[in-house]
Design a binder for this molecule. Structure first.
Ligand code: ADP
Length: 492
């Protein structure tokens, strides 16, 4: 009987012990869940704040408010590293009425509190350099150099602060700032869950702040680029105006010099010595070259300023090519060059004949310049039913493969040695002008060459005057911006 009672008592005790263990476990679990719940709520609020602003200050303010309201700290502070001022600067603090009053009495305004990177005694700098979290019981440790010691002590006393946890905000291996978690608990009262909360929350804060900083950097860069771009446009306009004015001013005296030298050479009533004749001839050639350069520069500035009109109409490209070949016949004769136009029956093209004349004159003129005496220049045509391609082929100097892509840029003279420049006498603008004109007429232009001494072929395409295109003729017309200017004739 007695042993039966003992067994019942033991059983009862066991049940009691088990219930006690279960109760402790449940309580601990509840505790953990409540912390997890706090963290989740805080992270959600952080995400909402991150979506609703792209500015650093309001986002930092929203974060420290979450630290106070959702995580339950007495207040929260964010300080950000500023590499322009070489220091770390407090940017946001969550406040209540009591704190608000205190902030008003600060000897240095909260947002003006900067701790220089080279400060020796402020704990902030240790956190930045070590990239490690830390705790201090002494508020002055993070206010050293910013606020008087007595002031820090007064704050600590007034708010009964037991210390501050400092967590570095790290992204991509770099500290971008520090978040402060001030506490009214003793350090040994801080649970492991609370450390986890600070750890995880800090990591997320670093991520959202880094995103906003990246966005701000991008925004700043694009704003700077827009300003630089505007400045470039203004400079470009200034340059165009200068080229245009200078070219006009240069052309008149140069044309006069050319006429007088020509007259001195050909119409002189005194006989010229051989030497003088040579000098005058050189003056004439150089002046002509200058006039050509000025004409090309004028054409470029007119095209770029949109002063050129395109008035397309249907015409025969073969007939126009034959006309141009007639124009260059004498020049070709001087080098004994053979000129050939391979005739085809072709549909009419829809383009501005004056501008196509300029392009042909430039391409055939180049072929004349860069083909050895006795060589041949052939113009051929091809059509695919939508466009006509015109090819000017020579068997002269050719072009190196690497140079082909440079040809249609401004001042694209390929050999910059002085002799080559002076013998070819070009400006390096002709192909740029040709490309601009072809493109204004909805065509394209390209060059082919097998290499040095293997000749070159320059081809451009123009739309065919189909019924459909004629119906939409207006789309092919280009009106000039402001005053209409013609093109100076291409020199050959
Ligand atoms: P320019 O002939 O006035 O120098 P272009 O823009 O018409 O200017 O031509 C640019 C450069 O392209 C020439 O200086 C020359 O080096 C090269 N080039 C043009 N056409 C030919 C060609 N048919 N054969 C070889 N090189 C050429």
């Amino acid at each position: 009987m007695k042993s039966g009672m003992l067994a019942a008592a033991a059983f009862f005790l066991l049940i009691l012990l088990l219930s006690f263990i279960v109760a402790i476990y449940v309580q601990k679990r509840m505790h953990q869940l409540s912390y997890q719940n706090r963290l989740l709520k805080a992270l959600r609020s952080l995400d909402i704040a991150a979506i609703s602003t792209v500015e650093i200050q309001p986002l930092s303010q929203a974060i420290v408010d979450v630290v106070r309201k959702e995580l339950g700290y007495f207040f929260g502070v964010i300080a950000l590293a500023d590499y322009k001022i070489n220091g770390i600067k407090r940017v946001a603090i969550s406040t209540n009425e009591q704190l608000e009053q205190l902030l008003k009495t600060l000897p240095v305004r909260f947002n003006d509190q900067i701790v220089p990177f080279n400060s020796k005694d402020n704990l902030f700098i240790k956190v930045i350099n070590s990239q490690q979290k830390t705790f201090t019981e002494n508020l002055y440790d993070i206010q050293a150099g910013v606020l008087p010691r007595e002031f820090s002590q007064k704050i600590q006393r007034e708010f009964n602060l037991r210390g501050v946890f400092l967590y570095p905000l790290i992204t991509k291996g770099r500290v971008i700032g520090i978040i402060e978690y001030p506490t009214q608990k003793k350090r040994d009262q801080i649970s492991q869950f609370e450390y986890t909360i600070m750890e995880e929350f800090t990591r997320e804060v670093a991520r959202v702040l880094d995103n906003v900083m990246l966005y701000q950097t991008l925004k700043d860069t694009s704003e700077k680029l827009a300003v630089a771009n505007q400045r470039l446009k203004e400079l470009d306009q200034l340059k165009d105006d200068f080229v245009s004015v200078a070219s006009h001013e240069l052309r008149t005296p140069m044309t006069a010099i050319r006429s007088y030298v020509w007259m001195a050479l050909h119409k002189s009533d005194v006989s010229l010595s051989q030497k003088l004749e040579k000098y005058l001839y050189r003056t004439l050639v150089s002046t002509e070259r200058l006039i050509n350069l000025v004409s090309d520069m004028l054409n470029v500035s007119r095209i770029e300023a949109g002063k050129i009109e395109i008035n397309p109409k249907p015409f025969s490209i073969v007939e126009l090519t034959k006309d141009v070949m007639e124009e260059v016949k004498i020049k070709a004769g001087e080098k004994r060059l053979q000129l050939l136009v391979l005739e085809h029956s072709l549909p009419q093209v829809f383009a501005d004949p004056d501008k196509v004349h300029e392009i042909l004159l430039n391409l055939i003129g180049n072929a004349l310049k860069f083909t050895y005496p006795g060589g041949a220049i052939t113009v051929d045509f091809f059509t695919d039913g939508k466009t006509v391609e015109v090819s000017v082929k020579d068997n002269g100097l050719g072009i190196a493969r690497d140079d082909l892509s440079k040809l249609f840029h401004k001042f694209s003279r390929l050999d910059n040695s002085y002799t080559a420049v002076s013998t070819s006498g070009g400006t390096g603008l002709g192909l740029y002008i040709s490309r601009s004109l072809v493109e204004l007429m909805h065509g394209s232009i390209w060059a082919r060459s097998e290499g040095a001494d293997k000749g070159s072929t320059f081809t451009f395409s123009l739309p065919i005057a189909t019924q459909d295109i004629l119906k939409h003729a207006a789309q092919f017309t280009v009106k000039a911006k402001g005053e209409v200017k013609g093109l100076e004739p291409a020199a050959i």
